[in-house]
Design a protein around this ligand. Structure first.
Ligand code: HEC
Length: 194
């Protein structure tokens, strides 16, 4: 199955499962937690919380910045404007991503072959188990998947939990977010934001 049909299948499966999961919940279950709450953050239509169970969102932010160094391409705020010369100013805008939880997990684990988006699961493309049944032998040189930083599967879940609660659907970057991130150097870096 191609990467994109795999993603579409995951999205379609989620669309069917999510409403069932909600209606199947007994009405008196956890009445202090609103349905659609994930660790204090609203559950969006893109989130499959069963895949994110036990995730550590703060750890996920650290993985984004320091372990995976996603910010080098995707920018500190996920606007795709990172300075990495492999995709300078032209990586995917994660704030606008329409991926579901499984889609994020798959793309972060396996990358997007034929693009600068690297894979981060160090077992990817070794045997066919991890990435769409494919191994490195299935690619010609131009499409060969690029290797990124290794991220443990549990940290990929932490990372996706961070992205889906703080980045996906976050809209335009605000001055407050920029000041919060840059602290003392904010006045220069954040000058263009309102
Ligand atoms: C070397 C640069 C680079 C690095 C490092 C990188 N990415 Fe990417 N990423 C890209 C590019 C470029 C694309 C768009 C590829 C395409 O479709 O043409 C992309 C696409 C994606 C997508 C798909 C978004 C969508 O809506 O389709 C996700 C999710 C993603 N990256 C997450 C990450 C995360 C999380 C990390 C860190 C673990 C990371 N990337 C590291 C360059 C990078």
């Amino acid at each position: 199955m191609s990467l994109f049909s795999r993603i579409l299948t995951a999205a379609a499966a989620l669309a069917i499962v999510a409403p069932l999961a909600l209606t199947a919940m007994p009405s008196n279950a956890q009445s202090d937690t609103p349905a659609g709450d994930f660790m204090g953050y609203p559950v969006t239509e893109y989130m499959d919380v069963s895949l994110l169970e036990g995730a550590d969102i703060e750890k996920g932010h650290d993985v984004y910045n320091r372990v995976g160094i996603c910010l080098s391409c995707h920018g500190w705020n996920g606007d795709g404007m990172g300075k990495n010369p492999r995709s300078e100013g032209d990586a995917a805008k994660l704030r606008e991503s329409l991926l579901d939880t499984q889609g994020f997990i798959d793309i972060i684990s396996c990358g997007i072959p034929g693009t600068p988006m690297p894979y981060h699961n160090n077992q990817a493309y070794k045997d066919g188990d991890v990435c769409y049944g494919m191994t490195a032998a299935d690619f010609d040189a131009a499409d060969m998947p690029r290797k990124g930083k290794s991220i443990r599967p549990a940290d990929i879940i932490n990372l996706v939990a961070y992205l889906q609660t703080h980045v996906q659907g976050a809209g335009e970057t605000t001055l407050a977010q920029c000041q919060d991130y840059y602290g003392d150097s904010a006045s220069k870096v954040c000058a263009g934001l309102e």
